[in-house]
Design a binder for this molecule. Sequence first.
Ligand SMILES: [Fe+2]
Length: 299
Amino acid sequence: MKSRGRKVFNVVNDAGGLTWFIGCGITCANSKRTSIMQPPIAPENNTPHVSRRQFISTGALATGGILLAGVSCSTTDHAQPAPVAGVGTPTPFVTPPLPYDYKALEPYIDAQTMQIHHDRHHEGYTRNLNAALDQEPQLKGRTIEQLMAGTAALPASARMSIRNHGGGYYNHNLFWEIMAPAAGSMPGEPLASALTKAYGGLDKFKAQFTDAGMKRFGSGWAWLIVKADRSLAITSTPNQDNPLMNGIADATGTPILGLDVWEHAYYLKYQNRRAEYIAAWWQVVNWANVSARYAAAIR
Ligand SMILES: [Fe+2]
């Protein structure tokens, strides 16, 4: 299990920066924000700009920013291995800014849901994760992937708090990035072929993944992961657990696609109609990002 955890960590860090890269493409394509390298505006209230400034201030953006140079503005499936925003950031952890506007995913996901979800829920997980680490200073300096992979072995005094809030932090970091304004993208290679081999094609994969999301009782997530043997698997976790959590998750591996089925992700627009939410969510899956994560995970 130890080696598996290390593999996950390495994969994620090797990928580091790519998602920012893709995020830039999305931003350019939609002309909402010209570049994440621009000086952040704004301020005192709890907006994505604040998070952006905070994120830059940690220095974590620097690596991804360097990788942004020369990137074309495209949301197509020109997947290249690269990094994951906010993942691997040393403590204190900072909520990464959304890589698009609150309203960018409409009509599939509404702006108010995005604002509350990112600025309150995600920010809350980040704040509580940092508070938990303040109580366990010996854990500071670990990356979020290390904390997740080793959650089961954490001191009892911090285990549940880091499991819940660290999981919430990591899961939402990924969630924002595997979505993008609807661009009709499709999985790129080699992910497309891997999905066909494992599930018989994209539509059949979507049906099985949707089923995992629908069957998750209460709050939780559905995942597409790359296992240690590099095979794909669909799994789900309760609450804010994730497939990095050795000894906790039913199936472990590197998450490359995650679907938040907590009601806070959809209730304002879809109320109890989770099936409608999931059907709409497929329209905003950022396949370029997912494909890049897959390419990085099988390297
Ligand atoms: Fe959520």
